[in-house]
Write a protein that binds this ligand. Structure first.
Ligand code: ADP
Ligand code: MG
Length: 231
């Protein structure tokens, strides 16, 4: 019974995310279309024309950002819970983020150990990606992202520590609230909400420790799963 409940919760989460994306993406697309429509008119001053085009591009970027924060990996038709080797998932995320890290002169260090959790690979990768991406974005002048994987008894702990801007107490409290972002038009404020939902559906929790000007550490705690016996 336990297994069935988790399974249906997981499907519910995926379809919720898909529905949310189509809802969220509609606004920037509509706005972008509106400004392009205005450009169709014959007499548009070059100055206005430029401004409208810039708004249309920004709105399209925003739509892209929303899709990225929500569903980089979600594949509803193939979602099912399986045993995941956490080091593989971490290395995958590091690989994906290496270009972004290079752009920010961020060095990524990983310490992993072989341990497993149960979950959907796509959603789990998405949740790690959202946290790691925020960490890199918080290091505007370069720094180090240290990802450490440990197993303590029946708990797996993944910590992601950055040397970035840090967060105030108030900002920490608002983490996971939809649309909470300090990145202006560059942020969606949806990444952490998605991450909290995924980790909670996996039976886990997230802890945050942060000091302004020093950096932030996220700790993801998840129930450990036994390694499958090799065939
Ligand atoms: P977004 O990245 O689009 O702003 P998120 O939901 O991913 O939205 O994050 C919400 C906010 O939480 C960010 O705008 C930022 O202010 C804060 N935040 C998250 N992670 C970090 C971090 N590692 N360092 C500093 N601030 C962070
Ligand atoms: Mg983010």
């Amino acid at each position: 019974l336990q297994q069935k409940v988790t399974q249906s919760e997981k499907l519910e989460l995926v379809s919720h995310l898909a529905a949310a994306v189509s809802h969220e993406v509609r606004n920037p697309l509509t706005a972008s279309r509106g400004f392009m429509q205005l450009l169709l008119e014959d007499e548009v001053e070059p100055e206005r024309r430029k401004r409208f085009l810039q708004i249309a591009i920004d709105e399209l970027d925003r739509a892209e950002g929303i899709i990225r924060d929500y569903l980089t990996f979600a594949k509803p038709e193939t979602e099912h819970t399986q045993t995941l080797y956490v080091p593989d998932e971490i290395h995958r995320v590091v690989e994906i983020l290496t270009p972004l890290a290079n752009m920010h002169t961020v060095h990524i260090l990983t310490h992993t150990t072989l341990c497993c959790v149960k979950g959907s690979p796509h959603l789990f990768t998405q949740s790690l990606l959202n946290i790691a991406k925020n960490a890199i974005e918080a290091m505007t002048e370069g720094g180090t992202l240290t990802i450490r994987l440990e197993q303590e008894g029946d708990k797996v702990c993944i910590s992601l520590a950055d040397t970035g801007t840090g967060m105030t107490e108030k900002q920490i409290q608002r983490l996971g609230e939809p649309y909470f972002s300090t990145k202006g038009t560059r942020g969606t404020g949806l990444g952490m909400m998605v991450t909290y939902r995924i980790i909670s559906a996996m039976g886990g929790q997230i802890q945050v420790n942060s000091t302004v000007g020093k950096g932030t550490t996220f700790r993801i705690l998840l129930p450990a799963s036994r390694q499958p016996v090799p065939l």
